[in-house]
Design a protein around this ligand. Structure first.
Ligand SMILES: Cc1cc2nc3c(=O)[nH]c(=O)nc-3n(C[C@H](O)[C@H](O)[C@H](O)COP(=O)(O)O)c2cc1C
Length: 220
């Protein structure tokens, strides 16, 4: 079609410019988390007294807010002293070598502690296909802790067994921080070991040497 009138040609030119300027596939699905709560709130000793696992699937349908999720993730492996100090102790000063994935209704994300944000892994709600007890689907979020072999590989001595031991020690510290933060925020949580490991690996796109260590349910 040949367009001869100048207003029509101007309109077409404007439309092409708009298409050219339009953003391509975006990272809009990544989520910048609000600042975590780092002051006030319940005292440590009260949180220790309240720490417990929520029985089975004893969750309501109430939403865990992004602010609450932000605080729980920060407690689990956020920066607390500049760029190389974390809420949990890391061997040999390495960066966190256990990753946290967040599985929720709106998709699956990896926690990026450096940017304190969620990076989209997929738009899929994977809660129903990661195995384990059926009640995990009732949790608003399921946090999945996995090894990060790329960082574990930087440990100076020892092979894969030592890397696995270190990852499990770190997962223990992280899950206890999650328990305490959840108690302080009056959220329910529960450590879950039983899951379909292969299904989780595939849902998260883990490398062949990485594996999920634990699930932490989070809900109200
Ligand atoms: C290493 C470990 C593995 C666990 N695995 C499961 C599990 O697969 N399923 C489950 O329902 N609870 C699991 N739990 C939660 C425990 O059953 C729970 O912590 C225990 O009943 C003690 O309750 P409390 O945390 O309220 O003190 C696990 C806890 C730990 C520490």
């Amino acid at each position: 079609m040949i367009v001869r009138s100048w207003p029509a040609r101007a309109l077409l030119a404007l439309m092409s410019l708009a298409l050219w300027l339009a953003p391509g596939p975006s990272l809009a699905a990544d989520v910048d988390l609000p600042a975590p709560q780092t002051e006030g709130g319940m005292g440590l000793f009260e949180a220790l007294k309240k720490r417990s696992s929520v029985p089975g699937g004893d969750f309501s349908l109430a939403e865990v807010t992004l602010g609450e999720l932000s605080t729980v993730l920060w407690a689990a492996s956020g920066l607390n002293r500049g760029q190389t100090g974390w809420t949990v102790p890391m061997a040999e000063g390495l960066a966190p070598y256990v990753r946290i994935y967040v599985a929720g209704q709106e998709g699956t994300f990896r926690y990026d502690w450096g940017g304190h944000r969620l990076v989209e892994v997929s738009g899929e709600n994977i809660k129903a296909r990661i195995g384990g007890p059926a009640f995990i689907r009732k949790a608003f979020y399921v946090l999945v802790l996995t090894t990060d072999r790329e960082i574990l590989g930087q440990l100076v001595r020892g092979g894969k067994d030592r890397q696995d031991e270190f990852a499990q020690v770190l997962a223990g510290a992280m899950t206890q921080d999650i328990y305490l933060a959840a108690a302080a925020l009056s959220l329910g949580t529960r450590y879950i070991h039983s899951m379909n490991v292969e299904a989780v690996k595939s849902a998260l796109g883990l490398g062949p040497d990485d594996y999920p260590i634990a699930l932490m349910l989070l809900g109200k």
